[in-house]
Ligand binder design. Structure first.
Ligand SMILES: [Zn+2]
Length: 72
């Protein structure tokens, strides 16, 4: 993995390292690949994804079908 680091010379002659901010990426469902609903503005980890089993990893539709398939 490449680091987003750039070396810049300051006007005073010092060599500075500028680190670029990492881009955030929406989490996707492990089964169907759709974007899972998340709120990236919340600070706490529990506030960022749905509060259910596999919340933030599997979408609600896939979770429902897998649970229904296991009950049969
Ligand atoms: Zn899904």
């Amino acid at each position: 993995m490449t680091k987003n680091v750039r070396k810049k010379k300051s006007p005073g002659g010092r060599l500075l390292v500028h680190k670029a901010k990492r881009k955030t990426r929406n989490s996707h469902c492990r089964i169907c690949g759709t974007v899972v609903q998340t709120n990236t503005l919340k600070d706490s980890k529990s506030g960022r994804h749905a509060d259910r089993p596999y919340g933030g990893e599997i979408c609600h539709a896939c979770l429902r079908t897998t649970i229904q398939a296991l009950d049969l």
